[in-house]
Design a binder for this molecule. Structure first.
Ligand SMILES: [Zn+2]
Length: 212
C-alpha cells in the first residue's frame, strides 16, 4: 500500500486500509504492516511486493480493479511502480477522519464492569474471570466482528480463526488450538509483546488492570 500513498506511518497506513475494508465491506484481505505498533525489537511484518509466497509458491504482483495483472511481466510491473500514481493526501485525511483510533497494545482504560457473574467460586483467578467479560477485555486489543471472530494475534492468521464465545465467556483459536479465559489470553499477549508471561506476574498485572 505504501507504494500508492504519500509517506505515512505504519499506524496510519493500517487505519487507512482497515477503514477502506470496513467501508467497502471487504473480508479476507491481509493488511501489512501486521501490527499497529511495536513493543519488542523486531520489526513489524511488511509484505514486499512481487515476492514469492512461502506457502503457495505463487508470485504476488499487482492487479488492477478487475483483478488482472498490472502488467504482463514482473519487469514491466516494476517499471510502472517506479512512478506510481499516488493516492492524494486529502483522500487519506478524509478516510482517517472517520476511521476508529488504532487499538492500544497495553491498556489505557483499566476497568470495564461485567454485567453479571457466571463463575462460582472465590479463588483469585475466579474473581478475575468474574470481573470482566472475555469479549469486553479482548475487543480492547483485537477487532472482533459481530459474529465474534477476528484475526488471531498468535499466529499468521488469514482466516479469522480467533473466536470469542460471549455466552460461555472464553476465547479460542481453531488454528492454534489454544484458548481459555482472560488470564490465558493475557499471558499469551504479554509473551507476544516481550513481557514475562509468568502466571503470577500476569495475575498481578490483571489485578491492577481490573482495579481489584
Ligand atoms: Zn491462532
Amino acid at each position: 500500500m505504501w507504494f500508492f500513498t504519500p509517506s505515512i506511518s505504519g499506524v496510519e497506513a493500517r487505519r487507512f486500509g482497515k477503514q477502506l475494508l470496513r467501508e467497502y465491506k471487504i473480508e479476507g484481505v491481509e493488511l501489512y504492516p501486521k501490527q499497529d505498533k511495536l513493543i519488542t525489537g523486531t520489526g513489524s511484518l511488511v509484505r514486499l511486493p512481487l515476492g514469492i509466497h512461502q506457502v503457495s509458491k505463487y508470485r504476488y504482483g499487482f492487479i488492477d480493479f478487475d483483478g488482472h495483472p498490472l502488467a504482463p511481466t514482473v519487469r514491466e510491473q516494476m517499471k510502472i511502480l517506479t512512478s506510481p500514481k499516488r493516492v492524494p493526501q486529502t483522500f487519506i485525511d478524509q478516510i482517517l477522519a472517520v476511521a476508529p483510533e488504532a487499538k492500544p497494545i497495553f491498556p489505557t482504560k483499566p476497568y470495564i464492569p461485567r454485567p453479571k457473574n457466571r463463575i462460582v467460586g472465590d479463588t483469585l483467578s475466579e474473581r478475575i474471570k468474574n470481573r470482566i467479560s472475555v469479549y469486553d477485555f479482548i475487543s480492547q486489543y483485537i477487532e472482533i466482528n459481530e459474529r465474534g471472530f477476528g484475526y488471531c494475534p498468535y499466529h499468521d492468521d488469514q482466516k479469522m480463526s480467533f473466536g470469542v464465545n460471549q455466552e460461555h465467556n472464553f476465547w479460542n483459536c481453531f488454528a492454534c488450538e489454544t484458548g481459555g479465559s482472560v488470564i490465558d489470553f493475557w499471558m499469551k499477549w504479554r509473551a507476544l509483546h516481550g513481557q514475562d508471561p509468568d502466571f503470577r506476574k500476569t495475575m498481578i498485572d490483571l489485578i491492577g488492570l481490573l482495579n481489584m
